[in-house]
Design a binder for this molecule. Structure first.
Ligand code: IPE
Ligand code: IPE
Ligand code: MG
Length: 250
């Protein structure tokens, strides 16, 4: 069979590399709402529906880990009304996620400082992680009250505690050992990071883990991000040559 026939049958990306771990800064909910002359909170509701669709498609494409940035340590600076609406949406999202995780065999983990969230939300998170722990499909991480600097600082403090109690020898600590103190322990670093809405910054997301990640930026606002857009991002990833500081021959 000729190459072009193969491509038509299986799509361009069939022979290309699929990222094992995709991380997404979902951005642009507020601008999407404004564009549709709706309140910002409506943008967040639409945005949470997009998360579900993207989980499904990512898994169908062979992605093993998907991490989404849902609420940053800096997002508390937003007006109280918006923070309250986001927390309300989060509550219903976490409840609903219990159902979707069992339907889609998804294992859910939350990254971020749980203690900073309301007690009922903490309980929902713990419950969701527990009920989905044995699932063997997509590993889905939600970053909530998450900041990369906060995560690294908390990790450093835990390491200091272990040093104090004689559990670790500082001379033998390697980067991989330090990764084990982060919220993402056991999860491979992202291969591809997508940010929607045209912004080209990290905004305190996975500062340690993104060291060698490929970045994909799109002007599409998060509520408009769809399965075809995800395929485009993965296609882009498939064409990247990763060197990790070394030299790779073509
Ligand atoms: C992303 O959308 C969602 C959160 C940060 C919670 P935004 O709310 O940041 O949307 P814009 O950037 O204002 O359009
Ligand atoms: C980043 O988006 C945080 C999340 C997506 C949760 P922001 O909209 O908060 O980022 P900045 O403030 O524009 O950098
Ligand atoms: Mg934003």
């Amino acid at each position: 069979m000729g190459d072009s026939i193969m491509e038509n049958l299986f799509g361009d990306s069939s022979s290309k590399q699929i990222p094992k771990h995709v991380a997404i800064i979902l951005d642009g909910n507020g601008r999407w709402a404004k564009k549709h002359m709706m309140p910002r909170n409506y943008g967040h509701v639409q945005g949470s529906k997009t998360v579900e669709n993207i989980c499904e498609e990512a898994y169908n494409m062979g992605v093993e880990y998907l991490t989404v940035y849902a609420f940053s340590t800096e997002n508390w600076k937003r007006p109280k009304e918006e923070v309250d609406a986001l927390m309300k949406l989060l509550r219903s999202y976490l409840k609903n996620c219990q159902k979707t995780s069992s339907k889609n065999n998804m294992k859910v983990r939350v990254l971020g400082e749980l203690d900073g969230l309301n007690k009922d939300i903490q309980d929902s998170v713990i419950e969701l992680e527990k009920v989905s722990a044995a699932n063997t499909g997509l590993n889905f991480q939600v970053a909530l009250n998450y900041g990369g600097r906060d995560e690294i600082l908390r990790a450093a403090k835990r390491l200091a505690e272990d040093y104090k109690s004689g559990k670790v020898n500082l001379d033998s600590i390697k980067a991989d050992d330090f990764s084990g103190y982060l919220d993402t322990r056991g999860i491979p670093d992202p291969d591809l990071m997508i940010r929607t809405s045209g912004e080209k910054r990290i905004s305190n997301f996975l500062l340690w883990q993104l060291a060698y990640t490929e970045f994909y930026f799109t002007d599409t606002l998060w509520p408009d991000f769809n399965k075809a857009e995800l395929r485009k991002a993965i296609e882009y990833y498939g064409n990247r040559k990763r060197n990790f500081g070394g030299i790779k021959e073509d």
